[in-house]
Design a protein around this ligand. Structure first.
Ligand code: SAH
Ligand code: MG
Length: 212
């Protein structure tokens, strides 16, 4: 079973960074997590304009659960002016800062996912410290610097229950392919902890299942 074609069209129409094949793999991973750990929510760190969120929201609906979408909506370092992944159309001219929340809301509204996807607007590590729910599925695609990635690992990964899934985006084992923090601060520690097994790799997406 793959994402409903109408929903997939909404995902692809949204601004963002999730390649279609990796979005489809993300959907499959979330569906599998929802089947192996029924009844628990999914959570995404780093939603931007809601592109990956549509694949995950569609999976949450199919699994009769919900998706928390955590983002401060001010952009990562690499989304700011002067950096490679900057888009001037997501800057709030009034304050001169990025604000992707209106784009996110439009994406989720248009996709018809408002009853399934709950935006949590704030700093990921602080939200992680104060949100106590166990998770069936965790997708980390937030700040890609060393410190944000390390904090996302440290504070979010313990929420994943046994049999649940940890998916990580922008994992580049070879530095020639891209920035290393998601690999060094999230993927490697998770594998070296012995608590996760690698389930699949699609592009820079890695899907791990908690086994211990
Ligand atoms: N998953 C998205 C892309 C996410 S881009 C897609 O499919 O297109 C990374 C996002 O992480 C940005 O929107 C940025 O605002 C968010 N982010 C970065 N650091 C964060 C932090 N410390 N707390 C909350 N959100 C953060
Ligand atoms: Mg990414």
């Amino acid at each position: 079973m793959s994402l409903d074609p109408a929903l997939r069209t909404h995902a692809l129409a949204a601004k963002g960074f999730m390649p279609p094949d990796e979005g489809d793999a993300l959907y499959d991973a979330a569906i599998a997590a929802g089947a192996s750990v029924p009844g628990l929510p999914f959570l995404e760190v780093g939603s931007y304009c809601g592109r990956s969120t549509v694949w995950l929201g569609g999976a949450a609906r199919a699994c009769s659960t919900v998706l928390f979408a955590v983002d401060h909506h001010r952009g990562s370092e690499e989304n700011q002016a002067g950096w490679e992944h900057h888009d001037t159309s997501v800057v709030d001219a009034r304050i001169g800062k990025m604000d992707t929340l209106p784009f996110f809301r439009a994406t989720i509204h248009d996709a018809g996912l408002e009853d399934v996807v709950y935006a949590v607007v704030g700093q990921s590590p602080l939200v992680a410290s104060h949100l106590a729910t166990p998770l069936a599925f965790l997708f980390i695609d937030g700040g890609h610097g060393d410190e944000p990635a390390r904090l996302d690992y440290e504070r979010w990964v313990p929420h994943v229950v046994m049999g649940g899934t940890l998916a990580i985006h922008d994992v580049f084992p070879d530095p020639a392919d891209g920035g290393r923090p998601p690999y060094e601060q999230i993927f490697r520690p998770a594998m070296e902890s012995g608590r996760f097994r690698l389930v699949s790799a699609t592009g820079s997406l890695r899907v791990l299942q908690r086994i211990d």
